[in-house]
Design a protein around this ligand. Structure first.
Ligand code: ADP
Ligand code: MG
Length: 221
C-alpha cells in the first residue's frame, strides 16, 4: 500500500464535516423516523451534536500535527456533552473506542476496519443491545464485518469504508420489520415493526460520510 492510501487527520476532520452535513440534510427524515417509534428528537440530536463537533474541531484541532485519534476523541467528548437522549452516550462511546483503535498515526485498511469494530464494541458495551433488537447495532455490526472482509481482501481504506457504508445501509433497511427490544422503541412492542430504526438510519449516514470523506481527501483535497 502506498502512503497516499493512509487516512490522516485531514480525513477525520472531513468525516466530521460530512457527518454534520448529512445530519442537517436528513434532519427531518430522522425526526419522522423517531416520531414513528420514539420521541421525535433524533434528527435534532444528531444535527446539534455534529454541528458542535465541527465547531470544536475547527477551534481546537491544529491541521499540522493532529492525528485521527485526536479528532475522534474530541468528537466523542463533544457528542457526549451536546447530544441528549440515548444516542449521545452511545455514539460518544463509539467514537471514543474508535479513537483508541486509531493509535497514534495515519491509519491503513486493517486499522480502518479495527476502528469500526471498536465503535461497534463500544456501542454494544454501553447499550447492552445485540443484533436484531432494532437499534444502531444493526447498522454497525454488518458494517464491521464488511470492513474486516474488505481489509482482509487487501482493499484500500476508502474501499473498506465504502464496503462498511453499503453494509450499514442494508443493515438499517433490515431493521424495518424488526420488533424493538431495546431503547425507547421497545415500549411499543409489536407496534415498532414496520418502521426503520432512526439510530440505525443515522449511523448508516455517518458511515457513508466516512467513505465520502476518504474519497475526497484521498484525491489530495
Ligand atoms: P432517545 O431514544 O433517548 O430519544 P435518540 O432518539 O437520539 O435518543 O436515539 C434513538 C436511537 O438510539 C434508537 O433509534 C437506537 O438506534 C439507539 N438506541 C437506543 N437504545 C439503544 C441501546 N440500548 N443500544 C443501542 N442503540 C440504542
Ligand atoms: Mg428520540
Amino acid at each position: 500500500m502506498t502512503n497516499s492510501e493512509l487516512l490522516s487527520s485531514a480525513w477525520a476532520q472531513e468525516w466530521m464535516k460530512s457527518c454534520a452535513a448529512a445530519a442537517r440534510e436528513h434532519r427531518e427524515e430522522l425526526i419522522e423516523l423517531d416520531r414513528a417509534i420514539g420521541d421525535s428528537d433524533h434528527g435534532e440530536n444528531v444535527d446539534r451534536g455534529f454541528r458542535a463537533v465541527v465547531d470544536k474541531v475547527a477551534a481546537e484541532i491544529s491541521s499540522d500535527d493532529s492525528t485521527v485519534a485526536d479528532v475522534l476523541k474530541l468528537t466523542a467528548k463533544t457528542l457526549m456533552s451536546t447530544v441528549g437522549g440515548a444516542s449521545g452516550p452511545l455514539l460518544g462511546t463509539a467514537f471514543l473506542r474508535a479513537a483508541k483503535a486509531a493509535g497514534t498515526g495515519d491509519i491503513d485498511a486493517s486499522t480502518t476496519a479495527a476502528l469500526i469494530e471498536a465503535a461497534l464494541e463500544g456501542i454494544m458495551t454501553r447499550g447492552k443491545a445485540t443484533e436484531g433488537e432494532k437499534t444502531m447495532v444493526d447498522a454497525w455490526a454488518p458494517a464491521a464485518r464488511a470492513a474486516r472482509d474488505a481489509a482482509d481482501a487487501a482493499q484500500s481504506p476508502a474501499e473498506v469504508l465504502r464496503a462498511a457504508s453499503d453494509a450499514a445501509a442494508a443493515g438499517a433497511d433490515a431493521t424495518i420489520p424488526m420488533v424493538a427490544t431495546k431503547g425507547r422503541a421497545s415500549y411499543l412492542g409489536e407496534r415498532s415493526a414496520g418502521h426503520k430504526d432512526p439510530g440505525a438510519a443515522s449511523s448508516a449516514l455517518f458511515l457513508a460520510a466516512a467513505a465520502d470523506a476518504a474519497d475526497t481527501t484521498g484525491k489530495g483535497a
